[in-house]
Ligand binder design. Sequence first.
Ligand code: HAM
Length: 421
Amino acid sequence: MKIQSIRGVKDILPGDIEKWQWVEEIARNVFSKYGFKEIRLPIFEKTALFSKSIGETTDIVEKEMYTFTDRSDEQITLRPEGTASVVRAYIEHKMYNPPSVVKLYYMGPMFRYERPQAGRFRQFYQIGIEAMGTDNPAVDVEVMTLLIEFFRELGLMELELQINSLGCAECRPKYRETLKDAIRAHLDDLCQNCNQRYERNPLRVLDCKVERDREIAKELPKTKDHLCEPCQTNFKQVQNLLDTTGTPYSLNSLLVRGLDYYSRTTFEVVSTGLGAQNAICGGGRYDSLVEEFEGPPTPCFGFALGMERLISVIPFGKEVDLESRPDIFVVSLGDEAKEPTFKLIHDLRKEGFSVDQDYAGGSMKSQMRKANKSAARFSLIVGENELKSGKYLLKDMETGSQQELPANDLPKAVREQLANS
Ligand code: HAM
């Protein structure tokens, strides 16, 4: 029986995984400079956690969650995002004690039953950050500049940071009504999806991807013109601080995001090179989510980026070694050499070298061919003569130079030559 992977789900193979590891390592370095610590979260949670936080009327909750009933009749969902789990963990572990700003990051797979296409998968990976416990706009900007620094370290320059403010519990309900009134006149011209959104989630009409709807959306009332005074001041502060750091950004008043928990600042980073699925990263402020889950008042700000989309736009160069090559390839000749070879390889690995061999054995010629193919820096020959003399032939595969060395001297010689190359 031949079984293939599920639609929209990908393996990440050696040759590619090195890129992922490199990106993850840079993320860890940059994030720790800003005081963020890793949190590992469960892959599945109770369904209610996601439906309540992301919003019952969002596409994710309505159509995209992988939900099932487990053997104890519990409704379980494979996580479609990480923020809800971070909030749950924050409350469950009372991370608000003692009061401080808790800075967390996570990396891992998320699951959404979307229509697979370029840049859109059913299992995809996110790296996310959540700063919890302050509504200071400095944190909004600190997190966005962290992101920009991270992208620069990856060699990405051609990205655009777009920001918007969605207002708060005070001004958004009024704006929502104003928006609905304005949309009503266009219902016949808007797509079927927007007609449905109009009643339940009218803000989503603003970021519909249908061309004709986009033209209509441009003329609809904008959140930025309907913010209450504190929200206006807050949004101004965010922009001033972004200016202070010299971070380029643009205002996008159609940016509303697909999850309901946001208030005030929202943002996305888009790449012009990505086509329809151009958002590499999205996030914003969510000031009431912790309270909605019965935690203490805890304003938060965070983002998540899509690894597949990010990796697809990075101009990978020599800094990523895509072919992890062994230091030494051991060529073993004859049955008698098998055991000493096994021991020698074991000892060399203990010395810290990466060592490989041709498990099938075979002629010297065929093993040397394998050594060449492995791109090993050195080959080491262990045969009858070598076993008798106790000296092994170490060949530098780049220069072709050879040395006869006793086993004890091998680590030092290899280390020195690796350091000089
Ligand atoms: P999101 O915009 O739903 O936000 O997802 C963040 C990023 O995940 C997107 O910008 C995109 O790069 C990637 N992504 C989403 N869906 C897919 C997919 N089907 N295939 C490939 N990549 C995808 C969130 O998830 C929020 N939790 C972000 C956040 C954190 N807000 C505050 N804190």
